[in-house]
Design a protein around this ligand. Structure first.
Ligand code: AMP
Ligand code: MG
Length: 392
């Protein structure tokens, strides 16, 4: 009987990455990039006003100074001609700054009267986002192998990409065996139980981007053979139940008839000792014992890592982190035990600001995994505690 580690290693050895495919960026979260993505454009693509205000020559602005307003530019349009001395042009946030202007005064610091604009203070900042200051044309946005997260999408889209080449997700067929299994929502009937594994595995698959509808099949050789033959059209077959030593545990025998090569059938772990894994060509077949906890554990230990490896993700290995036991764990089994537990994160989080060019800086967003809360008008000392929000 092989060890838990050997079983995981055998599954990962068998899982081969699928050919990459183009994916719409809004569907790419969780996918591994199969290309270096470079920006097709500069960001911003022109000198852009960062505020609603008046484009000016900064040297002409002082408290009480007046300039004649020569026009209004909204975002998406531009001012024809060059700003002349003594003039200003009203510009909206996101509009190109007219040639000849070197600053934009916020509208809040002005008063307009009969086409003359009076300023209440000297210039403090230019309020112009310079062409290319966030992203240069051809700049590397995300490297091949990056697992795309929600904070990467804006950067990919701003770089001009509607689709990116990513690792492809395997198709998965989900089969729940057992004459006692009934889908939730139906009357239960005598001697029956509701299908827990089907919805649970379908939900777990969805967290990995895969849609699969559970199919319930009774322990009847002909019907089960037909269902498994059909399931073998998918890249991964996920069968629950019917893999143990009972008289009606027909799955391993039928899989053999269907040309599936057994890699292992028992693992020295609890839960999940009867645990069939086989291959038909590049197709992976998992036969998990019916107990829902065994299904849950098998998904985390074998199925998700296999899916991620097939999808080209570098972070495919099951994530085993270290923690400390609060009480004695005594599972009383000679096998390796995986004991259902509660986990508390006790260690502190450390927060560091990401250098950025302001709220249009999507590369800073892509480099970040949280927002740290700083109180009104305040700063935070090193070591000070504050709130943060994270999405990873
Ligand atoms: P088996 O591996 O088929 O011998 O099933 C082991 C136990 O898990 C039995 O008590 C089954 O009734 C139960 N079981 C099997 N499949 C499911 C399922 N899809 N949902 C909930 N329980 C199940
Ligand atoms: Mg069964």
């Amino acid at each position: 009987m092989i060890t838990f580690e050997q079983a995981i290693a055998a599954v990962l050895r068998a899982a081969k990455s699928l050919p990459p495919a183009p994916t719409p960026v809004e569907q790419a979260v969780g996918r591994a990039l199969a290309e270096d993505v470079r920006s097709a454009v500069e960001m911003p693509p022109f000198d852009k006003s960062a505020v609603d205000g008046y484009a000016v020559r900064a040297a002409e602005v002082s408290p009480g100074a007046r300039l004649r307003c020569r026009g209004l530019v909204q975002a998406g349009q531009s001012y024809k001609g060059r700003l002349k001395p003594g003039d200003c042009v009203k510009v909206m946030t996101g509009a190109p700054v007219p040639a000849g202007a070197d600053a934009v005064v916020m509208v809040e610091e002005t008063a307009e009267n009969g086409g003359l604009v009076e300023f209440s203070r000297t210039m403090r900042s230019a309020n112009i986002a310079r062409r290319g200051e966030d992203i240069k044309k051809g700049q590397l946005i995300l490297r091949r192998g990056t697992v795309i997260t929600i904070s990467h999408i804006a950067a990919l889209a701003a770089a001009g990409r509607g689709r990116v080449k990513t690792g492809a997700l395997p198709s998965v067929a989900l089969v729940n065996t057992g004459g006692e299994i009934v889908p939730a929502g139906r009357p239960l009937g005598k001697n029956r139980i509701y299908n827990s594994n089907g919805p649970m595995l379908a939900a777990m698959l969805r967290t990995d981007g895969i849609n699969a509808a559970p199919l319930i099949v009774p322990d009847d050789a002909a019907r089960l053979r037909a269902a498994l033959a059909k399931a073998l059209e998918s890249d991964i077959v996920l069968v629950s139940g019917g893999v143990s030593m009972g008289d009606y545990d027909l799955v391993p025998g039928l899989l053999k008839e269907l040309g599936v090569k057994k890699i292992f059938h028992t693992v020295r772990v609890r839960p999940g000792k009867p645990m069939f894994f086989g291959l038909k060509g590049k197709k992976l077949v998992f036969g998990i014992p019916g107990n829902p906890v065994a299904n849950f554990m098998a998904y985390l230990a074998y199925v998700r890592p296999a899916i991620r490896k097939m999808a080209g993700r570098p972070d495919y290995a099951p994530l085993f982190l270290e923690g400390a036991c609060e009480v004695k764990f005594d599972p009383r089994t000679p096998r390796r035990a995986m004991v259902l537990s509660t986990v508390r994160a006790a260690a502190d989080f450390s927060l560091t600001p990401v250098a950025n060019n302001g709220s249009a800086d999507i590369l800073a967003l892509a480099a970040a995994n949280g927002f740290t809360m700083v109180p009104e008008g305040g700063a935070l000392r090193k070591g000070e505690k504050t709130k943060f929000i994270s999405w990873l």
